[in-house]
Design a protein around this ligand. Structure first.
Ligand code: PNS
Length: 180
């Protein structure tokens, strides 16, 4: 029973590509996200980093900037794809032939929101499974919101985000676009 999920156990025909969607805002991408994606690569044949378009809140980075950053970070990972999506996540997953949604769980505080989403998504698409993955302990306290706030106030964030993200944050701060 233990070990990697087989394609059969995910409701797919044997031998089918195991595709997982890792959805989120990624504003910005953190090393916690990168850690989860690299864990996902070990389990699934393909992991699609799906960046949500049209969020309620105004993002710091445009969707184009977030897509470009993620593609740069994962340029050497052939099994990581970066895409955008709109509308219901389950519809996107169905269109892409994915049978799994990957979400990171950092702490108990994440659980309630994640539990609600996972069960709603299960109701909407029963054969789409949500798989929770824990990042390395050193990333359990970081979030995109904290990164934006600490950096805007002049705090160091190296080691917590990919270098390209830090460089882009620096540009935003110099342009006066990064406000605490
Ligand atoms: O990283 P985030 O911002 O917590 O990601 C939230 C996300 C993108 C996973 C969630 O908002 C989502 O799936 N939005 C798409 C619309 C949708 O399907 N809503 C119902 C979810 S149960």
């Amino acid at each position: 029973m233990c070990g990697e999920p087989s394609s059969e156990s995910l409701g797919q025909p044997p031998g089918a590509e195991r595709i997982a969607v890792y959805p989120g805002s990624f504003d910005p991408l953190t090393n916690g996200h990168v850690d989860i994606i690299m864990r996902g690569v070990r389990i699934f044949d393909r992991i699609i980093v799906a960046i949500l378009l049209n969020q309620e809140k105004v993002p710091l980075f445009s969707v184009e900037e977030r897509v470009a950053t993620a593609r740069e970070v994962f340029r050497s990972q052939a099994r990581v794809e970066v895409d955008t999506f709109d509308g219901l996540l389950v519809d996107y997953a169905r269109r892409r032939g994915a049978h799994v949604i990957v979400r990171g769980l950092r702490a108990i505080s994440d659980f309630e929101y994640e539990f609600q989403m996972a069960l709603m998504n299960r109701r909407l698409m029963p054969d789409l499974e949500t798989v929770f993955m824990m990042p390395a302990e050193s990333y359990t306290y970081i979030s995109s919101r904290l990164i934006r706030e600490v950096f805007a106030l002049g705090g160091p964030i190296s080691g917590l985000v990919p270098e390209t993200v830090e460089a882009r944050l620096r540009e935003k701060r110099s342009a006066g676009d990064l406000k605490p």
